[in-house]
Design a protein around this ligand. Structure first.
Ligand code: SAM
Length: 211
């Protein structure tokens, strides 16, 4: 997407709340790899998807600075609904918790520090919606981990599924991350348990419906 189009979209969607503007700003100032942060456009989409699905329980793999977790939580309609988010990098914990506490709805986010494969089995209950956005190499494993925990009729949203368009350039890209995403996309497309849609936003967002 061109910068001009991105600016146009940003000017014609709901504004980014001040607390998220500050989080995005602090992410760019204080953390490595700030482009991993969902940001205004994708963040408003995540919130809108939560509004549409009206989940009680949302799961996120890959918290990073907490931006997407806060957008997911912001969309929750039910007073008791929560977001469980898992982040493997314990050095991010203080940054995440301090920014969660600045948002009026931050208490709805339950942060778990540790590897998703180890932490998810310790969280009880199923989920109405999941957002997979952790290590691209492990998307197949995350799918196997998350699928049994999402209820029938629930949704799994997966980020970066076009991986900067590298998925279609077989000549140049053979790295583990690109191959991990390709394998994941092929697997989901052939999984009779689900229906799949893909949005070419940023570097691709897949939306999976569990039949
Ligand atoms: C792309 S960032 C997440 C961005 C965030 N969801 C957002 O949209 O603002 C990916 C994060 O996943 C974390 N991660 C990688 N492997 C993980 C694992 N096995 N379990 C939990 N988190 C993991 C990384 O440390 C990193 O912070």
């Amino acid at each position: 997407m061109t910068e001009e189009l991105e600016e146009y979209i940003a000017a014609h969607i709901s504004p980014e709340p001040a607390v998220l503007q500050r989080l995005d700003h602090d992410t760019h100032l204080q953390l490595l790899y700030p482009t991993m942060c969902s940001g205004h456009i994708q963040g408003r989409l995540l919130k809108m998807l939560v509004r549409m699905v009206n989940p009680q329980r949302v799961l996120e793999l890959g918290t990073y600075s907490g931006y997407s977790a806060l957008c997911l939580a912001e969309g929750l309609l039910s007073g008791k609904a929560v977001v469980h988010t898992i982040e493997v990098d314990d050095e991010l914990e203080d940054f995440i918790t301090s920014h969660l506490s600045q948002a009026p709805w931050g208490h709805r986010v339950h942060l778990h520090i540790g590897d998703a494969a180890a932490v998810l089995p310790t969280i009880e209950g199923d989920f109405d919606m999941a957002f997979i956005d952790a290590n691209k190499r492990d998307y197949m494993a995350y799918y196997d981990l998350v699928m049994p925990r999402v209820r029938t009729g629930g949704f799994i949203v997966v980020d970066n599924t076009l991986w900067y368009e590298r998925v279609v350039d077989q000549q140049r890209y053979h790295d583990a991350q690109t191959q991990g995403i390709r394998d994941f996309n092929d697997r989901v497309a052939n999984d009779p348990r689900v229906e799949v849609a893909m949005i070419p936003l940023r570097d691709g967002l897949t939306i999976i419906y569990k039949k």
